[in-house]
Design a protein around this ligand. Structure first.
Ligand code: ATP
Ligand code: MG
Length: 137
C-alpha cells in the first residue's frame, strides 16, 4: 500500500522510536524509505564572520543528526535529505516533492515544553500533509 515513506528525524527519543517504526513499515510494505532533517536558518543580522561560523556549526550539527538516522535506518545516502527551514515546512516540502504516501514522525521532539501533548511541528504536519501521518510516542 505504501510505496514511499518519509521519516522526519530530529534526534529526540520520540524520533528514534519513529525511526524504528518507519524502518519496519518500509520493510513490511516493500516501500522506499526517505529520511529528512531540517535545520533552522541562521539569522543574517549576525553579519560576517559570525554568520559563516554559526552556519558552519549548524550544518555540522545537522549532518551529525542526519548521519545518525542513516545509521539507524540503513537508508542509502541519496535517500537522506538535509533541508534548511522551519521543520514542519521542510517536512511538508519533502513529502510533496518525494510524493510520500506516509509520513512517520514523533508526537514530541526536542522541545522543552514537557506538558505538550503534541509538538508544534507534528501539529502542523498533521494539519497540512498531503498523505497519512503516523505519530509515534
Ligand atoms: P516544539 O518544537 O513545538 O517545541 P517538540 O520539539 O516537542 O515541540 P516537534 O518539534 O513537533 O515537538 O517534534 C515532533 C516530531 O517532529 C519529532 O519527533 C520529529 O519526528 C519531527 N521533527 C521535529 N523537528 C524536526 C527537524 N528539525 N527535522 C526533522 N523532523 C523534525
Ligand atoms: Mg521541536
Amino acid at each position: 500500500m505504501f510505496k514511499t515513506i518519509l521519516l522526519a528525524y530530529d534526534g529526540s527519543e520520540h524520533a528514534k522510536r519513529a525511526a524504528e517504526v518507519a524502518k519496519a513499515e518500509a520493510e513490511a510494505h516493500g516501500a522506499r524509505l526517505i529520511v529528512v532533517h531540517a535545520y533552522e536558518p541562521v539569522p543574517d543580522y549576525l553579519g560576517d564572520p559570525f554568520f559563516e561560523e554559526a552556519l558552519k556549526r549548524r550544518l555540522e550539527r545537522a549532518e551529525k543528526v542526519l548521519a545518525e538516522v542513516v545509521a539507524l535506518t540503513g537508508v542509502p545516502p541519496e535517500n537522506a535529505l538535509l533541508l534548511e527551514g522551519r521543520p514542519a515546512e521542510a517536512i511538508l516540502e519533502a513529502a510533496r516533492g518525494e510524493r510520500a504516501d506516509l509520513v512517520v514522525m514523533g508526537t514530541r521532539g526536542l522541545g522543552a515544553v514537557g506538558s505538550l501533548f503534541l509538538g508544534s511541528q507534528s501539529q502542523k504536519v498533521l494539519a497540512e500533509a498531503p498523505c497519512p501521518v503516523l505519530l509515534v510516542r
